[in-house]
Design a protein around this ligand. Structure first.
Ligand code: ATP
Ligand code: MG
Length: 551
């Protein structure tokens, strides 16, 4: 085990199973239903499942739990594979599908029927609900519960042959209608649904339930540890019941852990879909989305996401993790790995009255990592700085450019402002300034030091870029608590800056390259839209946590 990994109950359990010889090779699986894009919660599950396999020298399958064809699609199958790969994991063998075991599940259903452990029930959904009882009252036996094995087999075969209406009958396990665990009150194994399936087409008019499918999928694949989230804890007795009563080739073991929830985030595919369908965001991979595809498009490095998932730990108690912790993992990764560059978001023209020609300045791409190299940036008679970096007058706390005062241009000379031009409203239109000679990398000879350092671009070589600045998508720390998530949307979550100016080298950035724009934050070249002719950058994250948390 790598020394950076902390112990947790899953690791302890697996180690114990290996030590006792209960298992010889650890086999886990990540089993998404392809009914949406994966989100940050799934990233946790991915790192847990693939991580455990990696750590114990085992393997991890990627299996689509595709038993609900109406809500599933190839788009989701594709995006999920892309997300897992992007996070840095390789699944064992081919991608697997629960649907490829449908015939086996069907035969196992017949196996239960033949042993009088399953029956076809004709109660309507409303009736079945009434018979089920409640948390405080036991259920009652269905009037169809005592059908003979022979009759059940014949009815179930007819269900499979498509002879009955959708919803008219179900196959149920015969367990215990008085069980305090409602999941054991004769749960449904199969429903009649004439739904076209993305993998099996129209071959099946009946579909197994999650409960009947999941453990058997694990058993077929030789999964040793079936790790899932806590809401399945009450299903575990049922999971074990199927494994005990079916001739499965292997006995997987279900272990639950707490879901990952982060503040200001939605971790439900259904609710994320609502944001997409309502047009609140621009798609599943909108950089404001907590989908893995959204985080990717936002410039979050996969290593930072993995690190965060490890840092939050794995436990059995539900909690909400401050999203600032994820942001902090992203920020510290990028601080080490993102090259520096300059981009001016709100340009203000500065005419340098004593500069007449363009020269090239050599600057380091990273202040602490020489291996990232250097680049040449053009400097000339006119530069642009950010509007917020100039004031005609200011007090001592303002460490930027002020008339009569000095600042250093990042990687360049010290300049001193002489005057400014304003419009009728007093808005500054242009600053006139001078370069103080011989100040590249050294303080002015007259001993009057610059007040600070500001970023800039040279006017004649700068390129225009679109920069999309993001804020949190939700106004509430717990958006899922709101009756309607659309009610707590931050109306200012996106600001598009169309006329930002970037240093010329940035236009040849590759999509997904992330930079620290000096003094502004981290920005990524958009995966889909960025090109040298039309540079588009998305804000990944600010330099500091602007939300008052300790990052
Ligand atoms: P959603 O409600 O968003 O659809 P789900 O649990 O229904 O989530 P699945 O596709 O069934 O989504 O999930 C695949 C795996 O990811 C499951 O093992 C599930 O337990 C796990 N998972 C889902 N959400 C989280 C989460 N927030 N934290 C940790 N694991 C999660
Ligand atoms: Mg689900």
């Amino acid at each position: 085990m790598s020394s950076t990994l902390r112990s947790n109950f899953l690791r302890t359990q697996i180690q114990a199973d290996l030590d006792s010889g209960t298992v010889s090779e650890v086999v886990t699986r990540f089993p998404p239903e392809p009914n949406g894009y994966l989100h940050i919660g799934h990233a946790k599950s991915i790192t847990v499942n693939f991580g455990l396999a990696e750590q114990f020298g085992g393997r991890c399958n990627l299996r689509f739990d595709d038993t609900n064809p109406e809500k599933e699609s190839q788009e989701f199958i594709d995006s999920i594979q892309e997300d897992v790969r992007w996070l840095g994991y390789t699944w064992s063998g081919d991608v697997r599908y629960a649907s490829s075991y449908f015939q086996q599940f069907y035969e196992w259903a017949l196996h239960l029927i033949d042993r009088e452990l399953a029956y076809v029930c004709d109660l309507s959904a409303d009736e079945a609900r009434e018979y089920r009882g409640s948390l405080t009252e036991p259920g009652r036996n269905s009037p169809y519960r005592d059908r003979s094995a022979q009759e059940n087999r014949q009815l179930f075969e007819a269900m499979r042959a498509g002879e009955y209406e959708d919803g008219s009958r179900v196959l149920r396990a015969k367990i215990d209608m008085a069980s305090p665990n409602i999941n054991l009150r004769d749960p449904i194994l199969y429903r009649i649904r004439r739904a076209h399936h993305h993998q099996t087409g129209d071959a099946w008019p009946i579909y197994p339930t999650y409960d009947f499918a999941h453990g058997q999928e694990d058993a077929i694949e030789g999964i040793t540890h079936s790790i899932c989230t806590l809401e399945f804890e009450d299903h575990r007795p049922l999971y074990d019941w199927f494994i005990a009563h079916l001739p499965v080739p292997n006995t997987p073991r279900q272990i639950e852990f707490a879901r990952l929830n982060t503040s200001y985030t939605i971790t439900s595919k259904r609710k994320l879909k609502l944001l997409v369908d309502s047009g609140t965001v621009e798609g599943w991979d909108d950089p404001r989305m907590s989908t893995i595809a959204g985080l990717r498009r936002r410039g979050y490095p996969p290593a930072a996401i993995r690190h965060f998932c490890e840092e939050v730990g794995t436990s059995r108690s539900d909690s909400v993790v401050d999203v600032a912790m994820l942001e902090s993992a992203v920020r510290s990764h990028l601080n080490n790995h993102a090259p520096r560059a300059m981009c001016v978001l709100q340009p203000l023209k500065v005419v340098l009255t004593n500069v007449s020609k363009t020269e090239y300045l050599t600057v380091a791409n990273h202040p602490a990592d020489d291996s990232m190299g250097q680049r040449e940036i053009p400097f000339g008679p006119v530069v642009f700085i950010d509007q917020s970096d100039f004031r005609e007058e200011a007090n001592k706390k303002y460490k930027r450019l002020v008339v009569g005062k000095r600042v250093r241009l990042r990687g360049g000379y010290v300049i001193e402002a002489d005057s400014c031009k304003k419009d009728a409203n007093g808005e500054v239109l242009e600053v006139r300034a001078r370069v103080i000679e011989n100040t590249l990398g050294v303080d002015p000879a007259d001993g009057i030091k610059p007040k600070g350092v500001i970023h800039w671009v040279a006017a004649d070589t700068a390129k225009v870029a679109t920069v999309r600045v993001y804020d949190r998508l939700f106004l509430e720390a717990n958006p899922t608590k709101a009756d309607d998530v659309l009610e707590v949307i931050n109306p200012h979550s996106l600001t598009v800056v169309n006329n930002a100016l970037i240093e010329p080298a940035l236009s040849s950035a590759h999509p997904e390259d992330v930079f620290q724009f000096e003094r502004e934050g981290y920005f990524v070249a958009d995966r889909h839209l960025h090109s040298p002719e039309n540079p588009v950058f998305n804000m990944t994250i600010g330099l500091r946590d602007a939300w008052g948390n300790d990052a």
